[in-house]
Design a protein around this ligand. Sequence first.
Ligand code: NAD
Length: 273
Amino acid sequence: MTIPRIELNDGNEIPQLGYGVWQIGNDEAVAAVGQALETGYRHIDTATFYGNEEGVGKALKASGVARGDIYLTTKLWNADQGYDSTFRAFDASLKRLGTDYVDLYLIHWPVPGQDRFLDTWRAFIKLKEDGRAKSIGVSNFRIADLQRLIAETGVTPVINQIELHPQFQQDELRVFHEKKGIATEAWSPLGQGKILENADLKQIAAKHGKTVAQTILRWHLDIGNIIIPKSVTPSRIQENFDVFGFKLSSGDHDAISALNGSNGRIGPHPDSI
Ligand code: NAD
């Protein structure tokens, strides 16, 4: 199965479907990421905060898959924001991951209260210039944060990784991203598994002979989102990868659009981190 690739605003490409590893311990990550690579995933999303960069690195090595065939993302944790501290944190991440570059480096949260994301971004720009981070982006940035980042540095992030699922569709941010050439990457694309019992989704899934998880992932791909579903269960890792052999109708899309809730956020609000 060839996974579609999305072209980013710096000319690099990212596989639209990847594998996320939040809440997977270092040891468990070795097996889980190994399983994902065996299934065919070639895009792994980790973060310093997840505490499993070492396990991810071990799995990459053990898989025998060439480093150049894997798209690897990690993220800078909030406490490490700042110009000099970013380089230190980045070096430590590379060491744990056992690699000399990442494909994508993200600022994990804007953290408006500490107001250090501009200096952090200037360090990111240098990491990109040096080729150690092939692409640079952000996560959980609000429209005002993105506007400020772009106005003050002139460098637009390639991606904003945000909470996004049928219950929380983030239309305003998605429209803004599109205007600015920022790709939208959905975290918790399955709503952390909490939206899989929805009756409308079940009905659509049954019509296509697919699971609710597959139906939701298909919806994301159709609207152009990059997705990084997580599971440690081998059958689900495979299920979440098997989302290319069917099509949702425009009626299905309308029904899923209607699930967007005014109060659908599951994770924390960027204002409060
Ligand atoms: P998710 O939406 O991917 O849901 C994962 C959960 O859904 C699993 O733990 C499991 O309980 C269930 N699940 C997965 N596949 C299933 C299937 N086929 N059938 C039934 N249940 C299934 O949630 P997530 O882990 O929060 O998000 C995915 C990734 O996004 C993370 O691993 C991480 O890489 C990233 N993330 C980033 C941020 C950020 O701030 N940037 C925050 C949260 C998550």
